[in-house]
Design a protein around this ligand. Structure first.
Ligand code: HEC
Ligand code: HEC
Ligand code: HEC
Ligand code: HEC
Length: 421
């Protein structure tokens, strides 16, 4: 009993010391105080600092970051501005998909569940697989139902009153080792021959994020979450994979004007990052997005996950020594502005391509010609959307983003000529 009280005290002290600055913790829950076994691998993935290294077994079911800071470059930050208003071309490009109804900049993890539930893209028919990346409830539900959870419909889960993303999405609740729970990601990594149980801490500091911040589709019939990585992680390899119509999957939506079957990229942050210079230097997502901070005499990991441009000293300058905040912002802005400029040029060209195909069809252009043009537009829009749907406006891989956008621009500019006699 005394032991239990000591653990409880330690857990409470940890939560208040560690998180009070960032979170107001709502409804956290202590559910087991039995001693647990030590981390299994010798290469320990358990939390580093002393207060967490023991055997505490607490779990916080849900927590809230209240801050909503815009990014100094104006692209990211936790303010959910309306993307359809900022880039009016999106309404036409996403026409026929839910994203034409509502598309906002993302905000922090603590809002993930309510944003899903309130999203105008979610309807009675929205499959349960959407909960995979929005709630800490996913582990328990998957353990009970297996992939059956994916075929249920969203209203079922809305009435269950699940919480948002929480500790157990990234930590084993007993050992506090980093781990992933999203079942589709586990399958995909096994498919790539990567044994997650042997992954290093440094890799896990990206994998815990990659389980949700990556491209996927739902398998027709079962709604299983599939990551399209069988041919590689870059935009062109994923496109080549999608062209095999994997598991009968053809497209996410058909554009009502040009009648082109389109793929909708979904936040490929992990893929984009993987091709970039920081991944090549083995720097993890958490190294930038969860910087170490000094609190009293302790060095702790910030869990206020947001734009690193609001924490440049802690996120960047420990590596980029001798640089100033302003210097870093200028470099990031240079990459992001270049990517944004080319992305807007792509959007304009894509809009014209959709319109040209629609006009060609009404003029009676031959079906084979239209089909070739649609195919080219499909590829162009995917290459553009890969960068547009990732969240860093190209920062994670500036060179790769510009390359994909340049290909998208070249392909889409040629479409009108294809359907003009
Ligand atoms: C070298 C540091 C660095 C690494 C490593 C990194 N990021 Fe980022 N990330 C950034 C910067 C800088 C931005 C741009 C933020 C802005 O525009 O305010 C960003 C933006 C983002 C955003 C959008 C943030 C917002 O405010 O809207 C997400 C989401 C994101 N990154 C996820 C990831 C994931 C997932 C990984 C790993 C797979 C990763 N990042 C790796 C630095 C990094
Ligand atoms: C369980 C799924 C999940 C995991 C795990 C996850 N994310 Fe997220 N993340 C999301 C979702 C969903 C959103 C969007 C929430 C919203 O807008 O309601 C998001 C938003 C973000 C944002 C935007 C925050 C802002 O203030 O603009 C950043 C940055 C981010 N995640 C980075 C990371 C990093 C880094 C990791 C790993 C350390 C990670 N995420 C792990 C699902 C996840
Ligand atoms: C999005 C993934 C993610 C979520 C959600 C998350 N953590 Fe972490 N946590 C990490 C990462 C990454 C580290 C750094 C591990 C390292 O550097 O070895 C970490 C480190 C820790 C540590 C070690 C001490 C430290 O400061 O480095 C503790 C304890 C901890 N987290 C507790 C929690 C608790 C409690 C919650 C829920 C309120 C939580 N974490 C939610 C990813 C996450
Ligand atoms: C753990 C170390 C580390 C951290 C943290 C880190 N970087 Fe880097 N960064 C590197 C390395 C290594 C390179 C490759 C060039 C070199 O060796 O100097 C690099 C290159 C860059 C470049 C030039 C490459 C390009 O894409 O044009 C920029 C810009 C940059 N970093 C910005 C940032 C920003 C912004 C942050 C914080 C959000 C950050 N870095 C955090 C290590 C780091």
């Amino acid at each position: 009993m005394r032991k239990e009280r000591r653990l409880l005290g330690r857990a409470l002290r940890f939560v208040t010391e560690h998180f009070s600055l960032y979170f107001t913790i709502v409804g956290w829950m202590l559910y087991s105080c039995t001693p647990t076994t030590s981390p299994s691998s010798s290469q320990s993935r358990s939390p580093s600092s002393a207060q967490a290294s023991g055997r505490q077994t607490f779990q916080t079911s849900t927590f809230y970051t209240k801050e909503m800071n815009p990014s100094p470059t104006g692209y990211g930050g936790g303010v959910p501005y309306d993307k359809l208003e900022r880039y009016p071309q999106l309404k036409l490009l996403y026409s026929g998909s839910g994203f034409a109804k509502e598309y906002r900049e993302d905000r922090s993890h603590t809002f993930a569940w309510e944003d899903l539930v309130h999203s105008m893209r979610v309807t009675e028919k929205t499959p349960g697989s959407c909960i995979s990346c929005k709630t800490s409830g996913i582990e328990k539900i998957f353990n009970q139902e297996g992939w059956g959870y994916a075929t249920r419909k969203m209203p079922h889960y809305v009435t269950m009153g699940l919480g948002s993303i929480g500790c157990t999405n990234c930590h084993d609740p007993k050992t506090y080792q980093l781990r992933v729970v999203q079942p589709g990601f586990k399958d995909a990594m096994a498919g790539r021959g990567i044994d997650l149980s042997k992954a290093s801490t440094q890799d896990m500091k990206s994998y815990v994020c990659a389980q949700c911040h990556s491209e996927y589709y739902f398998e027709p019939g079962t709604n299983r979450v599939i990551h399209p990585w069988a041919k590689g992680l870059d935009a062109s390899s994923m496109y080549a994979y999608y062209e095999t119509k994997p598991r009968g999957f053809d497209s996410d939506y058909t554009h009502p004007k040009s009648r082109t079957p389109l793929l909708k990229a979904q936040h490929p942050d992990f893929e984009e990052y993987s091709a970039g210079i920081h991944a090549a230097a083995r720097i993890s997502c958490a190294d930038c997005h969860m910087p170490k901070q000094i609190q009293g005499d302790r060095r702790v990991t910030s869990h206020a996950i947001g734009s690193p441009l609001n924490t440049i000293e802690a996120s960047c300058l420990w590596c980029h020594k001798g640089k100033t905040k302003e210097w870093m912002i200028t470099r990031v802005r240079y990459i992001q502005d270049s990517v944004a400029e080319l992305s807007i040029a792509c959007m304009d060209a894509l809009v014209q391509a959709h319109e040209a195909i629609a006009a060609g069809e009404s003029r009676g252009v031959a079906i084979e010609v239209l089909e070739r043009a649609r195919n080219q537009l499909r590829q162009a829009q995917w290459l553009w959307d890969y960068t547009a749907s990732a969240n860093s406006m190209g920062f994670h891989d500036g060179v790769g983003s510009l390359r994909n956008l340049a290909r998208a621009l070249e392909l889409s500019l040629k479409v009108p000529k294809m359907v003009t006699p």
